[in-house]
Design a protein around this ligand. Structure first.
Ligand code: CP3
Length: 350
């Protein structure tokens, strides 16, 4: 009886991560708080900017809760950004309207020397404050997800000072000055683990590590800049919080690499992008972890029969597996709200 009560309190997402297949699969969406919601755009305009919104605990908590209030998802993800970590390590962070985030570039040893050894508490405590506020307002069965970027992905933005298509600046630095690049990665590993532990202590039930650019590395570099740092982050988080639930999102990597990441790190779930082969991945990863994903965000924009078919295929391919329904990447600003409603109803059995 006691167990049953506990399960009810935990809710479906936590049950899946702890080892149980749940039907229908729990559902949430990457970037679920964002520009496709009019209530987000309104608060964003009032806050004056994206970074300001991230660092205002009351507003960040409100934005986090908007998609839960509207759609009743099974998880909330704290409204923040992966670039808050380099910001809390001493780098200026701002948002160029219509373009994206910008950081002071970290291109040489002099720039690294100016960064901090550890996180600026003044910045990260705002994220933890937002997390505590959200957790106190969420129903017990709705999970709260904290997150960070993986060191390689964050480094691609930090070294260049902005998002780039080919990650040339980070690759170049890693090739020309592997010692210096290794120090940057080590600093990010320590700060990222601390930030995840801070989020878990503040009330996050789960954390997700976003490695959006994991697939842009060759085999040796993958091991050095993605696999090993991720393993070390999981190790540090688990030594502070032994039962921490961890989802990895190594976007676009091969099944071999995804399997190695999960097997060696001991993460609880892997999030697949839309190109992943579900049947093969399921066969290989099902014994190891839960699987999250992987609806194509452009099919959610398209809607109609194409959306229904794509949802049904995902349900079929993951039948009996520990599955969390999600997109293969973040929801796009042009997504119609009616399509999100249609998707949720269909996933839940409509
Ligand atoms: O998922 C959520 O709802 C939580 C919030 C969240 C944001 N960014 C808010 C955001 C999360 C989990 C992220 C992760 C993130 N941020 C990643 C990894 C995941 C991914 O999408 O690949 C990366 C690479 C970033 C860095 C970043 N932040 C970029 C490249 C951009 C510009 C592109 C864009 O979508 O505008 C951002 C801005 C950003 N982060 C917005 C939001 C809601 C849009 C800001 C706005 O204009 O209001």
């Amino acid at each position: 009886m006691k167990d049953l009560d506990k399960k009810e309190i935990e809710g479906p997402l936590i049950s899946v991560l702890r080892g149980e297949a749940v039907d229908p699969s729990p559902i949430w969406l990457m970037r679920q708080a964002g520009r496709y919601l009019p209530e987000y755009r309104q608060l964003r305009a009032k806050a004056g900017g994206f970074v300001e919104l991230c660092l205002d605990p009351v507003a960040a908590a409100e934005v986090t809760l908007q998609p839960i209030t509207r759609f009743d998802f099974d998880a909330a993800i704290i409204f923040s950004d992966i670039l808050i970590v380099p910001h809390a390590l001493g780098s200026k962070l701002w948002f160029e309207e219509g373009e994206g985030p910008r950081l002071e570039p970290l291109s040489d040893r002099a720039a690294l020397a100016k960064t901090y050894d550890g996180l600026d508490r003044n910045i990260v405590e705002r994220v933890y404050d937002a997390i505590s506020r959200v957790r106190s307002k969420l129903a017990p069965e709705v999970a709260l997800i904290g997150f960070c970027g993986a060191p390689w992905t964050v480094a691609t933005y930090w070294v260049a000072g902005r998002g780039t298509k080919d990650h040339a600046a980070a690759r170049q630095l890693a090739a020309d000055e592997p010692g210096l690049f290794g120090e940057i990665i080590d600093r990010l590993v320590a700060a990222t683990a601390d930030h995840l532990i801070g989020q878990l202590r503040a009330g996050a039930d789960v954390v997700q590590i976003f490695d959006t650019w994991a697939a842009s590395l060759g085999p040796e570099d993958f091991k050095r800049w993605c696999l090993e740092p991720t393993i070390e982050i999981v190790r540090r988080v688990r030594s502070a919080k032994p039962d921490a639930l961890i989802i990895l999102f190594p976007k676009g990597v091969s099944i071999d690499r995804a399997e190695e990441l999960v097997r060696v790190s001991g993460a609880d779930a892997v999030s697949l992008d839309s190109d992943a082969n579900r049947t093969l991945t399921c066969k290989r990863l099902k014994p190891l972890c839960a699987i999250q994903g992987n609806l194509d965000p452009s099919v959610l924009i398209e809607g109609g029969a194409a959306l229904d078919q794509a949802i049904d295929a995902i349900k079929e391919d993951f039948r009996g597996a520990r599955h969390i329904f999600n997109l293969g990447h973040g929801i796009r600003p042009e997504t119609p709200i009616a399509h999100v409603e249609r998707m949720i109803a269909r996933v839940r059995g409509g």
